[in-house]
Write a protein that binds this ligand. Structure first.
Ligand SMILES: Cc1cc2nc3c(=O)[nH]c(=O)nc-3n(C[C@H](O)[C@H](O)[C@H](O)COP(=O)(O)OP(=O)(O)OC[C@H]3O[C@@H](n4cnc5c(N)ncnc54)[C@H](O)[C@@H]3O)c2cc1C
Length: 96
């Protein structure tokens, strides 16, 4: 519906990589690291997910157009939040 599935996949792979790195390097235990991944994913993704569900119901055109505008804003906000996060492994790479 939104053509956003590949972005979802890359975003979640990056969040999951960070959580697994924390678990495998011993900084967090695995259940806590994975629970942190799950809640970060759900929080970052919630608005886009709910707008996608609303668009998939094919509402009348004026509402559909309004939802598309909201989707654009939600994606911009999500992108800004993700860009503000540290990259997984960035510090380790800088030391190497
Ligand atoms: C026809 C079509 C067009 C699309 N067009 C777009 C588009 O234009 N833009 C866009 O952003 N998104 C698009 N998407 C959506 C996008 O492809 C998906 O959202 C994205 O690929 C999901 O990535 P993923 O890594 O979560 O899952 P997938 O890419 O489905 O990868 C899952 C992998 O796990 C493997 N697997 C499954 N079960 C097991 C198992 N038990 N053991 C081992 N391996 C397993 C599968 O074989 C697969 O390789 C499209 C999807 C389809 C079907």
């Amino acid at each position: 519906m939104t053509g956003y599935g590949l972005s979802d996949a890359y975003r979640d792979a990056e969040l999951l990589a960070g959580a697994l790195h924390a678990a495998l390097s011993g900084r967090r235990d695995e259940p806590a690291a994975l629970a942190g991944y799950r809640s970060a994913r759900d929080q970052i993704f919630r608005d886009v997910f709910e707008l996608t569900c609303a668009l998939a119901a094919y509402p009348p055109v004026p509402e559909f157009v309004e939802l598309q505008k909201q989707l654009g804003q939600a994606i911009d906000q999500q992108s800004a939040e993700l860009a503000a996060r540290p990259l997984p492994g960035e510090r380790e790479l800088a030391r190497a």
